[in-house]
Write a protein that binds this ligand. Structure first.
Ligand code: KG4
Ligand code: ZN
Length: 324
């Protein structure tokens, strides 16, 4: 079964075909229009999606060497409502036109299960560390569609912290990749930033961002590479501690990671050295893409969870694991 996935929840217009042998095509158009604004401008995102969607979907089908898929899966949330509506409406219309099933996908479930697109893939149950621009959560994935939240941030998402610290350092948006690159020439032990944990499993990142700001005010000559590396080390320590604790509590030592921050080289290396059994999607499949959406659509249909109604609308907020 070949599933066409469509993703337009934020500022990437993406389409992909996933079949029995894995990813057959994976097209991501990153919208450059937002760079000048230091963040995503929702109305500009919707317009760019509407302009690009036909070419992006056509390229995904062409690269996969197929004329029509056996099902269409599109992101229905969470995300920017106008942006979501472009891919969702296009996906529904295409499914009707081809006479194939339509599946509405939760973007977070896409990140959560992207570890299943490559070999070796973890068996259920596994722990999934989701680190993106809006979410920082450790889930216990028990099966397709069955996720238990074990740990989460009580304030900022870790991607948000990367973007804010990048701004403090005068780097561009999105900040994660800039910090990642700058940190390679810095010393992760140069500055002892706090490691904020909350209760037994939760965490907090807004205090860490403030600590970086205060440090920069007090040490205006601090080498930016050391600040970036030390910030990353603090983030990695907190995340690793929470994942280790979740593993101990559940007795599950298989750990997958997903979401944009999972592309971070320091975090990937720290997790890989943790002694847990770690499953990392390739870096390009950590940031937003449509292969992860096609993947969930395919798995849901194969698991007998059924197609979704064409009445399904966009959900700007949508907890993973709940119905569309
Ligand atoms: O999953 P994603 O592409 O979009 C959301 O669903 O939010 O995640 C975007 C976030 C941004 O905060 C970005 O700065 C961060 O992922 N990010 C990174 C890296 N690449 C992207 N953070 C740290 N290191 C990276 N290499
Ligand atoms: Zn994402």
């Amino acid at each position: 079964m070949n599933v066409l996935g469509i993703e337009t929840s934020c500022d990437e217009t993406a389409a992909s075909v996933v079949g029995v042998d894995g990813v057959r095509s994976d097209v991501v158009y990153g919208q450059a229009v937002h760079a000048a604004f230091g963040g995503v401008v929702p109305e500009l995102a919707s317009r760019a999606h509407a302009e690009q969607i036909v070419a992006v979907v056509r390229a995904a089908l062409q690269n996969a060497g197929i004329e029509r898929p056996d099902a269409v899966a599109a992101t229905a949330g969470p995300g920017l409502v106008g942006a979501l509506l472009v891919g969702l409406s296009f996906g529904k219309a295409a499914a009707v036109g081809w006479g194939v099933p339509f599946v509405a996908i939760n973007h977070l479930e896409g990140h959560l299960l992207s570890c299943l697109l490559d070999r070796p893939a973890p068996e259920f149950p596994f722990l999934a560390l989701l680190v993106s621009g809006g979410h920082t959560t450790v889930y216990l994935a028990e099966g397709v569609g069955r996720y238990r939240t074990l740990a989460e941030t009580v304030d900022d998402a870790v991607g948000e912290a990367f973007d804010k610290v990048a701004r403090l350092l005068g780097l561009g948006y999105p900040g994660g990749p800039h910090i990642d690159a700058l940190a390679t020439s810095g010393d992760p032990r140069a500055i002892a930033f706090p490691r904020p944990r909350v209760g037994e499993l939760d965490m907090s990142f807004s205090g860490l961002k403030t600590a970086v700001r205060n440090y920069l005010l007090a040490h205006p000559g601090a080498p930016p590479a050391d600040v970036a590396a030390s910030f990353q080390a603090a983030v990695a320590d907190v995340l690793l501690d929470r994942v280790r604790r979740a593993a101990k509590l559940t007795g599950v030592d298989r750990v997958a990671m997903g979401g944009g921050v999972a592309a971070n080289s320091f975090l990937r290396a720290s997790l890989a050295a943790s002694g847990l059994r770690v499953f990392l999607p390739p870096r390009a499949r950590c940031t937003d893409n449509a292969a992860m959406i096609a993947n969930v659509g395919r798995l849901r249909l194969l698991a007998g969870l059924g197609a979704d109604s064409l009445e399904t609308t966009a959900h700007p907020r949508w907890p993973v694991g709940s119905a569309a």
